[in-house]
Design a protein around this ligand. Structure first.
Ligand code: NA7
Length: 541
């Protein structure tokens, strides 16, 4: 393949990659394999992306380590021992740092550099990327490996600036950790980050008050150490396990029946419960796939809701607290399921109190604490576990301009529009990794990242082979894809929750269901078909 040196244009680099998480690092490796020059710009002071920043106590992946790891290198698989079934943030970061070293990636990764803008110069067919370090980089291709959950959100609560204690956001946790010993801590937010951190904070703090706006559905992780025998067995079955993963809706190789086997309302109550129990005892997200009507039929879904409510009753000693922890306002699975270790049990401790904000609304923050209803909850620290501007937030933070100077923000004003979540009409030579319109956050992210990077790699190869200077999604193909993404989502119960999938957690964000719910196998098949048909829906210029 050619590299920038042999091109007429004056690019500094063939491929400029934004972000050095799982996606950006593999993209760099891939570009080098293709003989292209590449550089990664990363805002953090280290590699790892989400796993670099989210260092809150208890931070852990909700997909098993063996599945949430790269598959492109058998040597890497052979030499890396995951210590636990579900890896902690420090272990995942260690893994990514190892990958960076092992594949000699660091020499092309520039840290502490935030990309401010990216503009396409049509005459030269070059992306001009500018950074907060005052640099300009000219690249033939630009790959946004910016992550789906990287733009954190702290709600604007009256009086926040008057608080005299410490505040933290789970997504920007101090690198030296926080010692909460003897402190009264308020945690706002009960999504995954709150659910993982609350049990750990409770072990240390004098008192933890959890402010809950909406309870979530939570499956047990049944986490535990992996012995050398466990690892040997996992390695023996790895090839099969990975191909099974690719055939599963979510890209997670649950050993249970695949999703489309039976409907919840077709089987007897005893059979239904047995299936739920089976999935509960395995842990993780598998419950969502127990029956094929769970995300399509409210009555079917309600059977899983009742099952989960029963589990909460069994775990939480105080029935009033248990009732508050039971989600009732949305179908199971319509918001991302959480996977916990000791969350419900934390509410059986004397030093953990739950305040339901629908009983006692959050009024403001004062110098000494948080005013909820008529009560001032005094505290030394507030932990914001309040989530992210998901899927589009990191891209919206960059001034991206395509043909005719059109801004991505303008194009996406009514919601993101992409072809396959990979490419945007009007933005030639720009690729997204796990962008909106692809399974992304509804799937095993590492598996989807690898599929996207492999696809982008193939596309780059095709562009070079054709001697093309531009590669761009057609407006019509993009429109059809967006329509399809919306259509399949509209048939599901996903639309019945005010979730971050729908942008509902960010004021003013258009309510558009962003990930593709059609599942990993259908999506992969579509991507392959596009290639087989000579990149149908794309134009080479
Ligand atoms: P999430 O899942 O978005 O959770 C954020 C939580 O914060 C959720 O309980 C929100 O309640 C709550 N929240 C947000 N804003 C407010 C305000 N203003 N007042 C009260 N409560 C608020 O983020 P996470 O970081 O936990 O997890 C994100 C993903 O990362 C997760 O799914 C995994 O994939 C990893 P709400 O539900 O909106 O009522």
């Amino acid at each position: 393949m050619t590299s920038s040196a042999s091109h007429e244009n004056d690019a500094d680099v063939d491929v400029l990659i934004v972000g050095a998480g799982f996606a950006g690092m593999y993209m760099l490796h891939k570009a080098r394999q293709l003989g292209l020059s590449a550089r990664v710009l990363e805002a953090g002071a280290g590699v790892g992306g989400t796993w670099y920043f989210n260092r809150y106590p208890g931070a852990r992946c909700d997909i098993e380590s063996i599945d949430y790891s790269y598959s492109f290198s058998p040597e890497l698989d052979a030499e890396w021992d995951w210590p636990e079934r579900y890896a902690t943030q420090p272990d995942i970061l260690r893994y990514l740092e190892h990958v960076a070293q092992r594949f000699d990636l660091l020499r092309d990764i520039q840290l502490n550099t935030r990309v401010k803008s990216a503009a396409f110069d049509e005459t030269a067919a070059i992306w001009l990327i500018e950074t907060d370090q005052g640099q300009s980089v000219r690249a033939r291709f630009c790959v946004m490996a910016t992550g789906c959950l990287s733009a954190s959100r702290t709600p604007q609560i009256d009086g926040l600036e008057t608080f005299t204690g410490a505040t933290y956001h789970t997504a920007h946790w101090p690198h030296d950790g926080v010692d909460f010993s003897g402190q009264n801590v308020v945690v706002l937010g009960t999504g995954s980050s709150g659910i993982q951190s609350i049990p750990e904070i409770a072990k240390q703090a004098a008192q933890v008050t959890v402010l809950q706006r909406t309870p979530n559905f939570i499956m047990p992780a049944w986490n535990g150490p992996l012995s050398s025998e466990d690892l040997a067995e996992l390695r023996r079955g790895l090839v099969k396990r990975r191909s099974r993963a690719r055939a599963m809706m979510m890209g997670i190789p649950f050993p249970m029946r695949p999703i489309n086997a039976r409907a919840a309302l077709e089987v007897s109550e005893a059979e239904r419960l047995a299936e739920y129990e089976l999935r509960w005892s395995y842990g993780g997200f598998g419950l969502m796939a127990a029956f094929n009507d769970l995300l399509a039929d409210e009555e079917a879904n309600q059977t899983s809701v009742e099952f989960m409510h029963g589990k909460i009753r069994g775990k939480v000693h105080d029935p009033e607290v248990a009732a508050k922890l039971m989600p009732t306002s949305f179908p199971l699975g319509a918001k991302r399921l959480c996977v916990d270790t000791g969350y419900y049990e934390a509410f059986n401790r004397d030093n953990v109190r739950l305040i339901d904000l629908s009983d006692q609304p959050l009024k403001r923050i004062e110098a000494d604490g948080v005013r909820v209803g008529d009560e001032l909850v005094e505290c030394d620290a507030i932990v914001f576990a309040t989530g992210f501007d998901a899927m589009t937030g990191a891209l919206a933070a960059i001034d991206i301009r395509g043909r005719d100077g059109i801004e991505l923000k303008t194009k996406w004003a009514a919601g993101p529009r992409t072809y396959l979540g990979l490419s945007i009409a009007g933005f030639p030579n720009l690729f997204l990794v796990t962008g909106p319109g692809s399974p992304s956050v509804l799937s095993n992210m590492v598996l989807s990242i690898e599929q996207h990077v492999d696809w982008i790699g193939e596309a780059l190869k095709a562009i070079e082979e054709k001697g093309a200077t531009t590669f761009e999604a057609d407006e019509a193909a993009e429109g059809e894809w967006v329509e399809h993404v919306n259509e399949v989502a509209a048939r599901t119960l996903y639309m019945k929750a005010a979730s971050w999938y729908l942008g509902a957690n960010v004021e003013g964000k258009p309510r558009v269901f962003m990930p593709y719910v059609g599942g990993v196998p259908n999506y992969r098949a579509k991507c392959s078909q596009v290639v087989r048909e000579g990149y149908a829906g794309f134009s080479f210029g």
